[in-house]
Write a protein that binds this ligand. Structure first.
Ligand code: ATP
Length: 358
């Protein structure tokens, strides 16, 4: 198990700065995700770790070894991409053996290691098949076996599941986590799919325009985004602009056009001053609808549009004092919408209210 340390890494393509002096430490054995909007630099960072890009500044260390300028094949990383890139004319076993043959591993050892790698991804019985005789999920398992068989120092995955249908993606993401943990592999995983990242990652980094905005566990990033961009990128949220009226014991009191809110800071390192313009962020599933009013974190209004989705109903809740409709999700909805005759309030707990500075 190794750590991967990125220090002050800058990568440019002509006048485009793809990575701006990034610092990041991925811990030994960690399943670490890189997430962010298109063009934020995820692939550039992954490819720099693999050795396909040489950065202009900074360094990359595998454990104590500096690899910044080392050629890709000397880094001993296992790679898996969106396209499985299996050789169509070779059997499954031959595909997996290829990397070992290139490394001049003795024949008997190749046979054992290929067998073990295929077993570890539960593909032992398909060794003699050709790739076109396998399903997409099975081909991806072979690609994973091929990455594992070389006993890599770390595993680098670039959108490995985006070619699979939704059901297979669910199955394979659990499988990838199982294999990474079984082999104690430090793994860096690039994806667009936030559910993939939330469900199986140990920690994740959210990137934007070549900068790291936040690093944390899925729960930290989802429940305590440090910035609006992160709150907006991971999951859904309602943003309510307001002004800080007070700060007390880590709680922030905010006056907004639709009521007073009390919440916790997204980034506790940056305490706002009284009078500062901030944004209150509340996830749609954190609201509770009811007939009772409260002093804070409570908005009077009525349900506008309602969408019934079985396990959840999604409402556009129109505040009585005007302003943008709030997204509110109600789990296990017994009926959709409510009588608009009675007063209706949406309220949230202090723990679920995040105050963001920018
Ligand atoms: P996506 O999610 O769309 O794959 P990404 O987050 O992986 O995006 P990168 O591919 O790392 O983003 O690109 C980061 C920035 O660097 C973008 O502005 C992109 O246009 C630019 N870039 C990437 N590769 C090259 C290249 N080979 N030549 C020039 N510019 C590049």
């Amino acid at each position: 198990m190794i750590s991967i340390r990125i220090q002050n890494l800058t990568k440019r393509f002509g006048s485009t700065v793809a990575l701006h002096g990034l610092d990041l430490t991925i811990r030994p054995g960690e399943l670490f995700f890189l997430l962010g909007p298109s063009g934020c630099g995820k692939t550039t960072l992954l490819r720099s770790i693999a050795g396909f890009y040489i950065p202009e500044e900074g360094s990359i260390l595998f454990g104590e070894d500096e690899v910044t300028r080392l050629e890709p094949h000397k880094r001993n990383t296992g790679m898996m991409f969106q396209s499985y890139a299996l050789w169509p004319h070779m059997s499954v076993a031959q595909n997996v053996a290829f990397g070992l043959e290139e490394r001049k591993v003795p024949k008997a050892e190749i046979k054992t290691r290929v067998g073990e790698a295929l077993e570890s991804v539960r593909m032992g019985q398909y060794a003699e098949r050709k790739p076109n005789q396998l399903s997409g999920g099975q081909q991806q398992r072979v690609a994973l076996a091929r990455a594992l068989v070389i006993r890599p120092r770390c595993l680098l995955l670039d959108e490995p599941l985006s070619n699979l249908d939704a059901k297979l993606r669910l199955e394979m993401r659990t499988e990838i986590r199982r294999v990474c943990k079984e082999f104690n592999l430090t793994t860096v995983y690039v994806t667009h799919d936030q559910k993939e990242a939330l469900s199986i990652s140990d920690r994740m980094a959210i990137l934007e325009s070549g900068h790291i905005l936040q690093v944390g566990t899925p729960r930290e990033v989802y429940r305590r985004p440090t910035r609006k961009t992160v709150a907006h990128f991971i999951g859904e949220t309602d943003f309510i602009p307001g002004t800080v009226k007070g700060v007390e014991g880590g709680h922030i009191f905010v006056e907004t056009a639709i009521g007073r809110f009390e919440g916790l800071l997204g980034d506790p390192a940056r305490m706002p001053a009284v009078g500062a313009e901030v944004t209150v962020s509340i996830r749609p599933e954190c609201w509770r609808l009811g007939g009772e009013t409260r002093d804070v974190n409570c908005v009077a209004g009525k349900i506008g549009e309602a969408v019934y989705l079985g396990e959840v109903a999604q409402y556009a809740f129109v505040p009585a004092r005007g302003g943008e409709a709030l997204k509110i999700y109600e789990l296990n909805p017994r009926f959709v919408g409510r009588s608009t005759e009675k007063a209706l309030y949406a309220s949230a707990e202090v723990d679920d209210v995040v105050v963001l500075l920018d």
